[in-house]
Design a protein around this ligand. Structure first.
Ligand code: NDP
Ligand code: MG
Ligand code: MG
Length: 333
């Protein structure tokens, strides 16, 4: 069974007299920086100027500096930039500032695991990864709670580094929800697999395929939207509270019977074989290489696909319908 740490297992005093550099004031950066400060830690924010995130950091009472300056000031240096830019910023601005005994940190192991961020001699690396988006990391902390998190250390890291990483996890509220120990490889590979096969890739394609099937058969797009996208939230809420058992307990027996009889016809052995292939491409580094190369040429495939996906009919129909549902806090991007 996985080891889970709670508040009593971590000591915030270990961070006394140390400065934590948070590089990037985006989704995770803004949340972790503020939580740590509220936990009594000394925090310096590294955020490039001329962007709304810079203004936000100032508004929140920080005095943002460049990534290099923050790295120089930090005893713990957490890189919270988009994964695809971390390697370049690390090599150019952060690495030259690291000193022996510093702890290099991240919230996703992608760059360390795939060799884009290589800590210098005498510097351990630690991952503290909240299992939730930044706004939740902040709002749960403000409510007195915390988002469950993962912790992992680079190979050969000291016991001291482990304790510091745990203290950091406590500072952002993670140990209130529970912190599971993992390895950087396990975190990286399972995170990538989950978002590709299930959470983002799997769900998006499932929703679109269901919508298209109904619309192609002549049903009204609005009906297809409610059935295949809107209602998904209600189902996911049940899963979140009580797993598949509770979802099946809550839906009608007819829905439960259809679940058993049709579900395996949608997710077939062929689908599972493809999932295995996706996982092996993650493990071999092929996915990482493709994503990093894509960025080296300014992400043409990524941008073209994003553009096309934004215009999918379900997005047009959904936007109009959500505007009428005042209670759902609809968002448009
Ligand atoms: P965001 O995209 O929200 O924030 C990115 C930050 O990096 C912004 O402050 C942005 O500043 C800055 N930035 C972007 N490009 C550059 C650049 N070229 N040079 C310098 N600064 C730049 O990132 P996230 O918070 O989503 O992700 C940070 C890390 O956390 C990633 O490793 C991610 O995998 C991990 N993570 C994210 C989760 C999430 O829910 N978002 C969950 C768990 C982990 P500017 O405004 O100037 O562009
Ligand atoms: Mg991820
Ligand atoms: Mg129904």
């Amino acid at each position: 069974a996985a080891k889970v740490y709670y508040d009593d297992d971590a000591n915030l005093d270990l961070l006394k007299g140390k400065t934590i550099a948070i590089i990037g004031y985006g989704s995770q950066g803004h949340a972790q920086a503020q939580n740590l400060r509220d936990s009594g830690c000394e925090v310096i924010v590294g955020q490039r100027s001329g962007s709304p995130n810079h203004d936000l950091a100032v508004e929140h009472g920080f005095k943002p500096v460049s990534a290099g300056e923050a790295a120089e000031a930090g005893d713990l240096v957490n890189i919270l930039l988009p994964d695809e830019v971390q390697g370049d910023v690390y090599r150019d601005s952060i690495k030259p500032q690291l000193r022996s005994g510093n702890l290099l940190m991240c919230s996703h192991g992608f760059n360390i695991h795939f060799g884009q961020v290589v800590p210098p001699e005498g510097v351990d690396a630690a991952l503290v990864a909240p299992k939730g988006p930044g706004h939740l990391v902040r709002s749960e902390y403000e409510k007195g709670g915390g988002v469950p998190s993962l912790i992992a250390l680079s190979e050969g890291a000291s016991e001291e580094s482990r304790k510091l990483a745990l203290a950091y996890a406590k500072g952002i509220g993670g140990t209130r929800g529970g912190v599971i120990e993992t390895t950087i490889a396990e975190e990286t590979e399972t995170d990538l697999f989950g978002e590709q096969a299930v959470l983002c890739g799997g769900v998006s394609e499932l929703v679109k395929a269901g919508y298209e099937t109904l619309v192609d058969a002549g049903y009204q797009p609005e009906m297809a939207y409610f059935e295949c996208m809107h209602e998904l939230k209600l189902i996911v809420d049940l899963l979140y509270q009580g797993g598949l058992n509770y979802m099946r307990y809550s839906v009608s027996n007819t829905a439960e019977y259809g679940d058993y009889s049709s579900g395996p016809r949608v997710i077939t052995d062929e689908t599972k074989a493809e999932m295995k292939k996706i996982l092996s491409e993650i493990q071999s580094g092929e996915f990482a290489k493709n994503w990093l190369m894509e960025n080296k040429v300014n992400a043409p495939m990524f941008k073209a696909t994003r553009r096309a996906e934004r215009n999918h009919p379900i997005e047009q129909v959904g936007k109009e319908l959500r505007r009428m549902m005042k209670w759902i806090d609809s968002k448009e991007v």
